[in-house]
Design a protein around this ligand. Structure first.
Ligand code: FA5
Length: 338
C-alpha cells in the first residue's frame, strides 16, 4: 500500500507535465483525489492492513494527499499566471503609434458658392429671405404674368403636387410673397431649391437658384447692369467680359440673359461654350408692371429689377465641373476636393 501511495504521487507529478489548461488540472484532481478517485480506492483497502500498521499508513496517506493537492494547486496557479502574461503581451497597446485621424466634414461646393453669392449681395445692402418650395400656382406662375394656357409655362417643366399646387420651378415666387407682404423700397436676395422635370449633364430635376430683386422709385436698367457687373467681377474675376443679350421672361420687361466670357477658351470658342466664346449665367430684367399690379401696387408707382442665377451653373464654371449630377451623388472623392 505504501508503494501504491508513493506511485500515485509519482503518477500525478508526471501527468501534470503534459497538462496545459486549468480545466485539465481539475480533471486530474477528480481522477486522483475525487470521491471515486485513485486515492479513495487505495484507502478502501486499509481494512485489510494489520491494525498496528494503520496509523503509519494513515499518516502517509494524508501526507501524500496534501502533497498531491499542493502539486495540483501549484500547476493551476502556474497556468493561470502564464495565461495572464500571454494576455498582457498580446493586448499591449503601443501608445507611441500615431492615432487615427477623425474624418473632418466640409461644406458642400454648392453651399460654398451660395455663401459667396450671398456675401457679395449683402455687401450691396441686400437682405436674405426664404420662400416656400411647395407653392400655389398663383405665386409660381399666375402673379408672375404667366396666364393659364400661356405657352411660356412650357419653358419650365413643372412637377404638380395638386391641381393648383406646384414644386416651385424658380425662386421668382419669393418676389410675389415679399411684394405682397411689404411696401417698397427693399432689396432682397432669395436663395433656395427649385424643381423641374428635366435631367441631363447640365440639368437636374432638383437644383438651386438665387433670386435678387430691388423695388423702389426710379430704378433703372443701368443700376441692374451695375449690380450684376459687381456680382460677376467678385465671383469670377475683375476683368471678366460681360454681355447682356435680349431675352424674354413674362415677369420682366425688358428682359435679358447675361453671359460671361468663356473662362476656358477666353472667347476663341470651345466645347464648353459651344464654340460661342460665351457662357450664360443668369436671367434678369425690369419687373413687369403686370407683376406690380398682381401684388396690389399701383402699376406706375414703383419700378424695380430682378434677376435669377442658377447656382449649380456658377459652381460648375468656377470649379470646372462638367456633370451636374456630381453635386448630388455624395461621392467622397468628389466632395473632398473642395
Ligand atoms: C428663371 O428661372 C427665371 N426665374 C430667372 C429670372 C429671375 C429672370 C428674375 C428674370 C428675373 P431660367 O429658366 O432661365 O430662368 O433659369 C435660370 C437659371 O437656372 C438658368 O440660367 C440655369 O443656370 C439654371 N437652370 C435652369 N434649369 C436648370 C436645371 N434643370 N438644372 C440646373 N440648373 C438649371
Amino acid at each position: 500500500m505504501r508503494e501504491q501511495l508513493l506511485a500515485l504521487k509519482e503518477e500525478v507529478s508526471k501527468a501534470l507535465g503534459s497538462v496545459t489548461t486549468e480545466q485539465e488540472v481539475d480533471q486530474l484532481r477528480t481522477r486522483y483525489l475525487g470521491r471515486k478517485g485513485s486515492l479513495t480506492q487505495i484507502l478502501r483497502r486499509m481494512k485489510d492492513v494489520p491494525e498496528e500498521e494503520r496509523p503509519v499508513l494513515g499518516n502517509l496517506a494524508n501526507q501524500i494527499k496534501q502533497e498531491v493537492a499542493g502539486l495540483l494547486d501549484g500547476r493551476r496557479a502556474q497556468i493561470r499566471d502564464e495565461e495572464r502574461q500571454r494576455k498582457v503581451r498580446e493586448e499591449r497597446i503601443d501608445i507611441s503609434l500615431p492615432g487615427r485621424r477623425p474624418l473632418r466634414g466640409a461644406y458642400h461646393p454648392l453651399t460654398l458658392v451660395t455663401r459667396e453669392i450671398i456675401a457679395v449681395f449683402q455687401g450691396m445692402g441686400f437682405e436674405v429671405v426664404e420662400g416656400p418650395e411647395i407653392d400655389l400656382d398663383f405665386y409660381n406662375f399666375e402673379a408672375l404674368n404667366f396666364p393659364r394656357d400661356h405657352p411660356a409655362r412650357d419653358m419650365q417643366d413643372t412637377f404638380y403636387v395638386a391641381e393648383d399646387v406646384v414644386l416651385r420651378t424658380h425662386t421668382s415666387n419669393v418676389q410675389i410673397h415679399t411684394m405682397k407682404a411689404r411696401t417698397p423700397p427693399f432689396r432682397v436676395l432669395a436663395p433656395g431649391t427649385v424643381y423641374r422635370c428635366d435631367s441631363d449633364t447640365t440639368h437636374s430635376p432638383m437644383f438651386h437658384q438665387v433670386e435678387g430683386f430691388l423695388v423702389d422709385r426710379d430704378v433703372s436698367f443701368a443700376q441692374l447692369k451695375g449690380v450684376l457687373a459687381v456680382f460677376c467681377q467678385a465671383l469670377f474675376s475683375p476683368d471678366v467680359p460681360l454681355r447682356f443679350r435680349p431675352s424674354f421672361f413674362p415677369f420682366t420687361e425688358p428682359s435679358a440673359e447675361v453671359d460671361i466670357g468663356c473662362f476656358l477658351c477666353r472667347g476663341a470658342g470651345c466645347r464648353v461654350c459651344s464654340q460661342t466664346g460665351w457662357l450664360e449665367i443668369l436671367g434678369a430684367g425690369m419687373i413687369h408692371p403686370e407683376v406690380f399690379k398682381s401684388v396690389g401696387y399701383h402699376r406706375d408707382a414703383y419700378t424695380g429689377f430682378a434677376f435669377g442665377v442658377g447656382i449649380e451653373r456658377i459652381a460648375m464654371l468656377k470649379y470646372g465641373i462638367d456633370d451636374i449630377r456630381l453635386f448630388f451623388e455624395n461621392d467622397q472623392r468628389f466632395l473632398r476636393q473642395f
